[in-house]
Design a binder for this molecule. Sequence first.
Ligand SMILES: [Zn+2]
Length: 91
Amino acid sequence: MGFKSKARKHRKDSGEDEKKSSSKVKEGTEPCSINDCDNWADKSMGGRSLSIENAEDVWGSNFTIRKGRVRVCKSCYKKWKKHSKDDSNHY
Ligand SMILES: [Zn+2]
């Protein structure tokens, strides 16, 4: 008992080099829907999804609609929030 699970722990060497070279660039899976924005809109990176109407208020039609929603990165969300003059300025 216990032998098999112990052996697994030793298989962690591969991938270390990869981690080093790409540590600067944070890769996400969800690109920001705003056309001239290169950030990631992943939830883990502060991304949000806005309704199409909300996005139109700020970016006109300069965004891509995905599944009826507009995924935006953290900074785009901040921009939208500022624009919409929501007085919920909590941080
Ligand atoms: Zn963005």
